[in-house]
Design a binder for this molecule. Structure first.
Ligand code: MUC
Ligand code: MG
Length: 367
């Protein structure tokens, strides 16, 4: 079954509640829907969320690199030529999200062609992921109200708090208010998106000592290697690499140089193929992983669930799966439900993301 055509469709869906964090903010999901067509009518689908503040890609750059550069290189390959396609895409540096979406769409086509759900092809370990909800920048009492609402409505008990603000007291207060309001049972961890220096992060760790925080993600820029390593050595909780580790090579470098000691895997920027390489590295070294959220739509979230549920190590912790709840709409025909704090895998062939064509026609930007 050969690839005949690749579509990269820009679309825009507004957020009802914008998400704000140290490296940027999101008001509209201005994403790209990627479709890989084959000569037997099977179509693989994936979502590409541009994150200029994280990887330098924009909606237009993703459309251009997929249609102008990758499609001519990949059309004609069989859908099972996954490694060869990976090697061809690897000749172009960066463009992680564009490459990730192509890879996921390819896996989707493979699953559909075999009549198998991709979570089973990837590993078939479990049938769900517990949900961690990401809380963006807001005053402390509003954060608590949001966490309590997500707890009551969806049964979510794990929360990642976006931090990295100055003065540090804003985030320190939020940590104390959340712990006090949510009680000891809730899991709380932090993601600073490089907003602090290493010394500032250390100050926050000291000021939140005793609150039982479990992880500290990208506290400062990983390029500041010396201060980052010193922080990782001193930190009583794992320091998670996220935007510093989109590829297996990046993950190796950061782990071996002491830039982090846990890894956030995001299918949106690593695809399934590279995410598996990163996961293998982590399980081999005994390093904890989390399943992160690239501020994904429901289409993107299903990919995270398929990968996360497929492997034992990625299913241990709650995955970040709930940001789509802040969007006004989505392209997924059958919405994801979060029940008892979990999202289940779909047992349809492929990744399970059936697109609502009417909604796509409404939100696409190229017509
Ligand atoms: C995260 O974990 O950092 C914010 C920026 C981005 O690239 O992903 C999100 C969430
Ligand atoms: Mg992060």
């Amino acid at each position: 079954m050969n690839i005949t055509r690749i579509e990269a469709i820009p679309y825009a869906i507004p957020y009802t509640h914008p998400l704000r964090f140290a490296s940027g903010e999101v008001h509209t999901a201005d994403h790209v829907l990627v479709r890989v067509h084959t000569d037997e009518g099977v179509v693989g689908v994936a979502d590409a969320p541009p994150r200029p503040y994280t990887y330098g890609e924009t909606q237009r750059s993703i459309v251009e690199v997929i249609t102008g550069l990758f499609a001519p290189q990949v059309v004609g390959f069989g859908i099972l030529d996954r490694e060869r396609i990976h090697a061809v895409l690897g000749r172009t540096i960066h463009n992680q999200v564009a490459k990730g979406a192509l890879d996921i769409a390819l896996w989707d086509a493979i699953g559909k062609s075999l009549g198998q759900p991709v979570h089973r092809l990837l590993g078939g370990y479990g049938d769900h992921l517990r949900v961690s909800h990401m809380l963006g920048f807001r005053p402390a009492q509003e954060l608590l109200a949001e966490a309590q609402r997500f707890g009551a409505e969806y049964g979510i008990t794990t929360f990642k708090l976006k931090v990295g603000r100055r003065p540090l007291a804003l985030d320190i207060e939020a940590c104390h208010v959340l712990r006090e309001g949510l009680g000891d049972e809730a899991e709380l961890y932090l993601d600073a998106n490089r907003g602090w220096t290493a010394n500032e992060a250390w100050e926050v760790l000291r000021a939140t000592d005793g609150l039982g925080l479990t992880l500290l993600e990208e506290p400062c820029d990983a390029h500041e290697a010396m201060s980052r390593r010193r922080l990782v050595e001193k930190s009583p909780i794992p320091v998670v690499g996220d935007e510093s580790v989109p590829t297996a090579g990046d993950a190796s470098r950061e782990l071996l140089s002491g830039g982090c000691n846990a890894i956030c895997i995001k299918t949106a920027r690593s695809g399934f193929t590279e995410a598996r390489e990163i996961l293998g590295l982590c399980t081999g070294l005994g390093v904890d992983v989390t399943m992160g959220n690239q501020i994904d739509t429901q289409v993107g979230t299903l990919a995270t669930v398929a990968f996360g549920a497929a492997h034992e190590a990625t299913g241990r912790r709650a995955g970040e799966l709930s940001n789509f709840l802040d969007m006004a709409d989505d392209l997924l025909a059958e919405p994801i439900s979060i029940v008892d704090g979990r999202v289940s895998v779909r047992d349809a062939p492929g990744v399970g993301a059936e697109i609502d064509e009417e909604k796509l026609a409404r939100y696409r930007q190229d017509r």
